[in-house]
Design a protein around this ligand. Structure first.
Ligand SMILES: [Zn+2]
Length: 65
């Protein structure tokens, strides 16, 4: 299973946020949407979640995988 990741540093804004999230796609989308709402002031909407889903990257697999 390849985990997905998202890094707030890739999308700099006034908060200077450096949060990095990784996990299964649905986990990261949910956590990132809640984070967007609480930290970045963007309402957690289905549109936001779709946007986040499109921003996910594949996390590098562990060497033993
Ligand atoms: Zn952030």
């Amino acid at each position: 299973m390849t985990r997905k990741s998202i890094d707030c540093r890739d999308y700099p804004d006034d908060t200077g946020c450096t949060l990095y999230l990784s996990g299964e796609e649905d986990e990261v989308v949910r956590a990132a949407a809640e984070h967007e709402a609480s930290v970045h002031g963007n309402p957690d909407t289905p549109e936001l979640r779709e946007k986040i889903r499109g921003m996910l990257k594949n996390e590098a697999a562990p060497s033993h995988a």
